[in-house]
Design a binder for this molecule. Structure first.
Ligand SMILES: Cc1ncc(COP(=O)(O)O)c(C=O)c1O
Length: 369
């Protein structure tokens, strides 16, 4: 059975992206140096940056890049305000705690946006805050956090803004963040539709140039990684060469699709299909429609499946349809990713399979949640 991944990454990739893995590259050879250069330049442009900005790629998953960004940029004397409404905001808090960097946490409900007025009040009360960290699309629920509001609050006060754009990069325009000197962190295997193995940070050259010697970690030191890439064009340590090649194929594929707006339109059609079809079975997203990204949708788990999620998941998976467990703290849920090499017909096929599995399990439709 061909498997389709309705997950937030790693996700279903195209034949073209996987075909790009089928070559060996010497990491110190000119063609790989050129490949790295081209991928970095394309990512800066895709983020809406220009010659003032640079892209620093890093081996590893998205979390490695978030940790590297916090280690390399979070203030050592001031505090970082972390906006939390899901697991990835909480993970940033864990990272800062481990790094021993002072921070302040503003935690709000997972299904609501943080209010701009509350953030302003908090900053007024805490003048030692010099940086703000936020997750743009919080993949825990699929909520799109108020990037523009936070960005203008940070910019008005001259605060550094670090944005975890892991699940929004490639689907949303992030140019305004870079215009205001913000730092964008993302990875290869979400809306860019590459294979896993690289994260990256996009930042002003002046910001990274002033980050020398800040990171405590050797391998996650973004300034050192950048300095070597600028000096020799080479990565400091073994690069995932095939993953970089797949990333280039994924970037060309994005361009051929028509860029970020076209990709968002496809994801939106995917999301609308699954929301409509699941509604017919009694399943409505946990988020209000205005907050719902086209990236991933969280549904309440039908009551009769709360104790049987493993079996439910396995039955769908054995039919070739992989869904994702929920991560909400207050309610049993499951998630359906709308990103990757998927089209609305795939979403409709998932809905058909869900109906079949509910039937197999003897669960009446519409389901009770
Ligand atoms: C918003 C966000 N931040 C960070 C991460 C962590 O990325 P990874 O699982 O690749 O380490 C994810 C992964 O799903 C994410 O969605």
């Amino acid at each position: 059975v061909k498997t389709l991944l309705f997950t937030p990454g790693p996700l279903s990739t195209s034949d073209r992206v996987r075909a790009a893995l089928d070559r060996d590259w010497g990491s110190r050879e000119n063609d790989f140096i050129g490949l790295t250069r081209s991928v970095r330049d394309t990512l800066v442009r895709l983020a809406g940056g220009d010659e003032r900005h640079t892209c620093v790629p890093l081996q590893g998953s998205g979390t490695f890049a978030v940790e590297a960004a916090l280690d390399s940029f979070a203030p050592q004397t001031g505090k970082t305000l972390v906006l939390v409404n899901g697991a990835y905001g909480r993970r940033a808090v864990d990272i800062l705690t481990r790094l021993g960097r002072a921070h302040l946490v503003h935690e709000t409900a997972e299904t609501e946006l943080p209010a701009a007025a509350d953030i302003v009040d908090l900053l007024n009360d805490n003048p030692d805050v010099t940086a703000v960290f936020m997750v743009h699309c919080e993949t825990t629920t699929g909520i799109v956090n108020p990037l523009r509001d936070v960005q203008s609050i940070a910019a008005a006060r001259g605060l550094m803004l670090i944005v975890d754009a892991m699940s929004s990069f490639g689907c949303f325009d992030l140019g305004a963040v870079l215009e205001d000197d913000g730092i964008v962190v993302a990875s290869a295997n979400k809306c860019l539709q590459g294979v896993p193995g690289i994260g990256f940070v996009i930042v002003r050259r002046t910001t990274i140039a002033s980050a020398a010697g800040r990171a405590r970690s050797l391998s996650l030191d973004l300034h050192a990684q950048w300095a070597e890439l600028e000096r020799s064009g080479q990565w400091r340590f073994t690069p995932p060469v095939q993953v970089v090649a797949a990333m280039q194929a994924a970037l060309l594929e994005l361009q051929d699709e028509g860029g970020i707006a076209a990709r968002r339109a496809r994801y939106t059609a995917n999301r609308d299909t699954i929301v409509r079809r699941f509604a017919e079975m009694g399943l409505a997203p946990v988020l209000r429609p205005g907050l719902q990204s086209p990236v991933i949708v969280t549904f309440p788990l039908p009551k009769e499946l709360v104790e049987r999620f493993g079996e439910f998941h396995q039955r769908l998976a054995s039919r070739g349809f992989v869904i994702y467990p929920g991560k909400l703290t207050r309610q049993p849920t499951f998630r359906v990713g709308c990103i990757g090499a998927l089209i609305p017909q795939d979403m409709a096929a998932l809905a058909d399979q869900l109906a079949a599995v509910l039937h197999e399990l003897g669960i009446a439709v519409p389901v009770a949640t």
